[in-house]
Design a protein around this ligand. Structure first.
Ligand code: ZN
Length: 60
């Protein structure tokens, strides 16, 4: 019994970010704000469906 797996090439953190609504990868950054722990939070908006998501990224 083998369970089919989804092959995820890369973790979707910074690169390869996709819109959870339509699945497209064409997201523009609305604004960037400093987050906790020295990271940044970016507000992104999908160029196709207009869905907005907030991503938190860690600064090295
Ligand atoms: Zn979208």
């Amino acid at each position: 019994m083998s369970t089919p797996k989804r092959t995820v090439p890369k973790p979707e953190e910074q690169r390869g970010l996709r819109c959870p609504a339509c699945g497209c990868a064409d997201l523009r950054v609305v604004y960037t704000r400093p987050g906790r722990g020295g990271g940044v939070r970016r507000r992104r908006e999908c160029r196709y469906c207009g869905h907005r998501i907030t991503t938190s990224e860690r600064a090295q």
